[in-house]
Design a protein around this ligand. Structure first.
Ligand code: PLP
Length: 451
């Protein structure tokens, strides 16, 4: 149903007015055909799970605790599961007590409940540019005014954050919170450096801010390293959101929030209004998985699989992409963020890419303000290595053609594809030299195509 012919248009709440399914969603339906190599999703490779173990866990939950598993539960989530999740956090060095936690339907519900808890229409939220599409959806569905802070190889540029906060303070305004994905960012693939974590917390203290720390990928670090969490640095200022989606399975829809007690209590009330309680059955499955299985070994398997696929993708990019295209070399997570350079609009190009049997997510999906059109996000966790090679070769051939076309039409004066966040001095604490790119985020660790 098209929105302009929607007979209920006069009846909707204001917050629904701005929501519409994009043309891109329709293209993704085509992109899921088997002949298309899709780098578009953010899906973990659930075929890497030990299915015998999963089957055993599910069977035992039903055999030993069936009536309880199929009963209602409490809004905060089962204490037994929360205790296990505290163990998952501890594995990454993030401190918490089970009382701090609220179990949610994936990290996404954690983001949505946090947005619902804090946002009135028009409230400002500062977020990385680019940022997670689903985070943007949660914020904008509550009509937040999302403003982006640029990134570089060390994550959000906190000195730009400081400037933005000063500007807002001069106008008598303060953002409701800062939304950040500090580890293996989706889509940017970089992590917030430790000095910047300290600085962000310092700014939060100075401006009396809450920080929404979204951490699905902290344990998917290829070197097995962890960095100090914002929660650890400022437990009273941080709403921390995480998930079992990337370390176990997104299908169990199990995530959690860890928050200071007053916020936690509000969030429990909001969640009870939304869906009463998290699904008891899946909570018990996840709880038993964590309590009885070597889940750390499973995380290790995911990590090794994704590291290999990331290497295959980087290698294929270096072999096939034309000069002027840059990307970052992620140290974990699921994504590579690519700058295709001026003259190509990745949103416009997607239909052609799908015709060429390859799909990606155009960069503008990761911005509230329409920028990012000369970027695209590639997922490497889901397609197997041979499909990654095939898909990158197709994408590179298409981008090579498009760049040649743009050069033939415009010469050296190729127009930008609509990015507003032009490269600027970053104040980065990285000493690595920067190459090109309108958004200076990926360039610090970018490998320029060699041929
Ligand atoms: C940054 C970020 N936050 C939150 C989520 C939501 O995860 P979940 O599947 O647990 O809802 C995702 C999923 O891809 C994500 O990338």
């Amino acid at each position: 149903m098209r929105l302009d012919t929607d007979p209920y248009l006069q009846h909707y709440a204001d917050r629904v007015g701005g929501l519409s399914a994009s043309a891109i969603r329709a293209l993704f339906a085509v992109a899921s055909r088997p002949e298309v190599v899709s780098f578009a999703g953010g899906m973990p490779d659930t075929s890497a799970l030990d299915f015998d173990a999963v089957t055993e866990v599910v069977a035992r939950v039903l055999a030993e605790d069936g009536p309880t598993a199929l009963q209602y539960g409490i809004g905060q989530g089962r204490p037994e599961l929360r205790e296990q999740l505290v163990g998952v956090m501890a594995h990454e060095g993030v401190p918490a007590h089970l009382d701090d936690l609220v179990v949610t339907a994936g990290g996404q519900q954690g983001l949505e409940l946090t947005a619902k808890c804090f946002i009135n229409p028009g409230d400002i939220v500062l977020a990385e540019g680019p940022t997670y599409v689903g985070g943007l959806g949660a914020l904008t569905s509550h009509r937040a005014d999302v403003r982006h802070v640029p990134m570089d190889a060390d994550g959000m540029q906190v000195e730009v954050l400081a400037e933005r906060l000063q500007e807002l303070a001069r106008d008598g305004r303060r953002p409701k919170f800062v939304y950040t994905i500090p580890n293996h960012h989706n889509p940017a693939g970089v992590s917030l450096s430790v000095p910047r974590r300290h600085r962000m917390v310092e700014l939060a203290e100075e401006h009396d801010l809450v920080i929404l720390e979204d951490n699905p990928y902290g344990l998917i670090d290829f070197a097995g390293e962890t960095r100090v969490s914002l929660r650890e640095l400022a437990p009273e200022r941080v709403v921390y959101v995480s998930t079992m989606s990337k370390t176990f399975a997104p299908g169990v829809r199990t995530g959690w929030i860890a928050a200071p007690a007053p916020i936690r209590d509000k969030i429990i009330l909001l969640r009870e209004a939304a869906d009463l309680c998290p699904a008891h059955f899946t909570q018990m499955v996840v709880e038993r998985w964590l309590a009885t299985q070597p889940w750390q070994a499973q995380v290790e398997r995911f990590r090794a699989t994704y590291q290999h696929r990331a290497e295959v993708m980087l290698d294929a990019l270096a072999t096939h992409m034309p000069p002027g295209v840059t990307w970052n070399a992620p140290g974990g997570g699921l994504f590579v963020w690519v700058s295709v350079g001026d003259g190509i609009d990745t949103s416009d190009l997607l239909a052609k890419a799908v015709q060429h049997r390859v799909a990606y997510v155009p960069g503008d999906g990761f911005y509230a303000d329409g920028s990012g059109r000369s970027h695209l996000r590639l997922n490497f966790s889901y397609p197997p290595p041979e499909r990654i090679r095939e898909g990158i070769e197709r994408l590179a051939a298409l981008i090579t053609d498009e760049r040649e076309l743009a050069r033939a039409v415009y010469g050296d004066d190729v127009p930008a594809a609509g990015d507003v966040d032009a490269a600027r001095p970053s104040g980065s604490d990285s000493s690595t030299p920067r190459t090109t790119g309108r958004i200076d985020m990926p360039a610090v660790v970018a490998r320029e195509a060699s041929s």
